[in-house]
Design a protein around this ligand. Structure first.
Ligand SMILES: [Zn+2]
Length: 376
């Protein structure tokens, strides 16, 4: 069995449902320690984090990943248990196989080969892991990066192992991610009897024109690298359940995945402007859950693309910014170049999550080539 397959299986056996780590990071740290890595465990709250570094030099390349996985869903729906790694028809099944214990295992195998060949690299190789990527992401990379920045640490290049491929390994990498803002709006009315509407004020009726304008909100991307930013209403609630009661409140939850062409304030001003225009009595709460980023410098991007071509033979790599957020959002604001490359994402978070064994076995080679290009 290949080293990467073996280690991926060992990690899958540990039921590290977010925010648990279940010994994944200890296992990895013990392998890195043998190579001469300096190991720092940085727990915050119930979250385990690892920061391990090898070598010295001006520049730092960080391999960033997570050891937590999403919940399994109904265990009886899995063909084999979610934490029993199983090979079937060229695939390795198990929770985290693709997102992202396979990539984390590939980091370790790539680091082992690199460090043995390059005991004194031209720069520093580091591995950063958290067990809080799939959860609220408050005690994970966000806190680790603050701690490291306070200590004067600086990451120049950050390679994230999230599953980015769509049809085959290497076809898509991410060079940026959209930001995400959530809003909760409550429009007040006056509750009353449906037979006496003049004694009440129905917030469903008073909000309807404003809602029509809110759902049409979108902002074009001007960078040429992102989709347009389109507002989505994700929840709308009002009413007591009774036919004869005019409700006293309407509540609305909304989300915008936004490009760097706009800011969270752009969204807030637009939505609140519409509510004010219709003279609605409302209050609002906003949470910016991640800023957008875009890597424009090409050192890391080019190393990744060249490494992919030489390992997989793919010459047209799509440099995408689509999809959800990732922990790259916490590293990019420090000025680091951030690129994400990992296995197929088709099965992630699903029942019977799986990774192609053939592609899993190519992954350490891609990572090793990137490390070698940047640190030798
Ligand atoms: Zn992930």
């Amino acid at each position: 069995m290949s080293k990467v397959l073996e280690l991926t299986k060992e990690l899958i056996k540990k039921p590290s449902v977010t925010p648990l780590d279940e010994g994944c990071q200890d296992l990895i740290a013990s392998r890195l320690k043998k190579l001469g890595f300096e190991i720092n465990h940085l727990p915050f709250g119930e979250v385990s984090n690892l920061w391990a570094t090898f070598g010295e030099g001006e520049k730092t390349l960080t391999l960033l990943g997570h050891t937590d996985v999403v919940p399994t869903g109904p265990v009886e729906k899995w063909t084999n248990g979610p934490f029993e790694p199983t090979e079937r028809d060229g695939l390795l099944y198990g929770r985290g196989a693709a997102d992202m214990k396979g990539s984390v295992a590939a980091f370790v195998v790539a680091a082992e080969e690199f460090c043995q060949k390059n005991p004194k690299p031209n720069g520093r190789l580091s591995i950063m892991l958290t067990s809080d990527e799939e959860g609220p992401a408050k005690d994970g990379v966000k806190k680790v990066i603050k701690h490291l920045t306070d200590q004067g640490e600086k990451i120049d290049w950050c390679l994230v192992g999230e599953p980015t491929a769509e049809r085959k390994l290497g076809d898509v990498v991410k060079i940026g991610r959209r930001g995400s803002i959530n809003g909760v709006i409550k429009v007040q009315g006056i509750q009353g009897h449906a037979a006496y509407p003049h004694n009440a004020e129905n917030p469903i009726h008073t909000s309807s024109k404003a809602l029509n304008e809110i759902v049409a909100l979108q902002w074009p991307d001007e960078t040429g690298k992102f989709p347009d930013s389109i507002l989505q209403v994700s929840n709308i609630n009002s009413g007591t359940g009774a036919h004869n009661v005019i409700p006293g409140e309407l509540s609305l939850k909304l989300n915008v995945r936004y490009s760097p062409s706009i800011s969270p304030q752009t969204v807030i001003d637009a939505v609140e402007g519409i509510l004010q225009k219709y003279k609605l009595n409302f209050n609002s709460e906003w949470e910016d859950s991640g800023s957008p980023f875009l890597t424009t410098s090409t050192t890391l991007i080019n190393s990744v693309i060249e490494s992919i071509s030489s390992v997989t033979g793919i010459n047209e790599v799509n440099q995408s910014t689509e999809g959800g957020t990732s922990d790259g959002r916490f590293i990019a604001p420090t000025g680091s170049e951030v690129v994400e490359v990992g296995p197929l994402n088709a099965s992630i978070h699903k029942i019977d999550e799986a990774v192609s064994i053939q592609e899993l076995e190519m992954l350490p080679d891609i990572y090793l080539k990137v490390i070698t290009k940047l640190l030798t």
